[in-house]
Design a protein around this ligand. Sequence first.
Ligand code: UDP
Length: 331
Amino acid sequence: MTVLVVGGAGYIGSHMVKTLKKNNIETVVFDNLEKGHLEAIKDTLFHKGDLRNKDEVESVFQNHKITAVMHFSAYSLVGESMEKPEIYYENNVFGTLNLLNAMKKAGVKHFIFSSTAAIFGEPVKLPINEDHPQKPTNVYGETKLAVEKMLDWYDKIYDIKNVKLRYFNAAGADPSGEIGEYHETETHLIPLILQAALGERKHITIYGNDYDTKDGTCIRDYIHINDLTDAHLLALNYLEIEKKSNFFNLGNGCGHSVKEIIAVAKKITGKNIKVINGNRRPGDPAILIATSKKAKEVLDWSPKLNNINTIVETAWKWHNGTAKKWKKNYA
Ligand code: UDP
């Protein structure tokens, strides 16, 4: 079996590559390196290309005998998606269309899709299960939902079976410290806090402390990156055995507030992190918590690194180690 990991040089993709290799599954990475890093996928078969270029996408299927595709490549910044919707539709929707058409041409039938909690929009009930209404409040979530729908039709019409995995807040890093989250423009809470701990930022700004939550700050369901990649592996197995499509919400089922995450980070880093209270970020729901009961029952998935201390500890090991070296190389 050979798995094509699209966006395999990025944060989640590179952890997936590591998990696949650990399980002795052959892996080919397709990435345009716009956001990904070759250092993250050392000793991996790499095919440079852009999803928006049909010929480049087709060529990876001509050069390798692919059995299944895992698709991690997308623009994923909510704020940016509200300023430049066209690049989100082009990359996330049109790019995925090219990928599916190339799969159709090559006769590849199994597809695992990185979807998101953002397809649900403002929660009407908590925890969020798979039946929750789907009403995205931003273009990013809308493009992911558009792909989910496209996948249903490609299943019905072309028999391409898919598993859609809706991540809540992906966080943490491989416990080895070798790879982790590295974005040129960082917007995510945990990396920003840890960069503040390292003195790379002056402070962390809390986006709103007047929410209707226990301490006034937003609550999110943080899920370790390696627990996510485990779910992909199980999804791959599911497609091989069941040969049918399905969809799952992936989270730990418990929420942590922004203030709680800052407190955990202070404890783990032993650093004094300067905190500033800022305005709410437009489009941020107060609470997002998943239930992953379905993934547990159907895929037999059980998150192992689900303690928030472990999530922040692994992220800290990365940020305080290899990430610093990367920073020097990219400076
Ligand atoms: N957040 C914050 N300050 C920051 C970045 C994020 O208070 O500098 C909050 C944000 O409002 C949200 C939570 O942290 O409630 C997680 O945000 P992140 O961008 O990491 O993930 P998202 O929930 O948007 O997917």
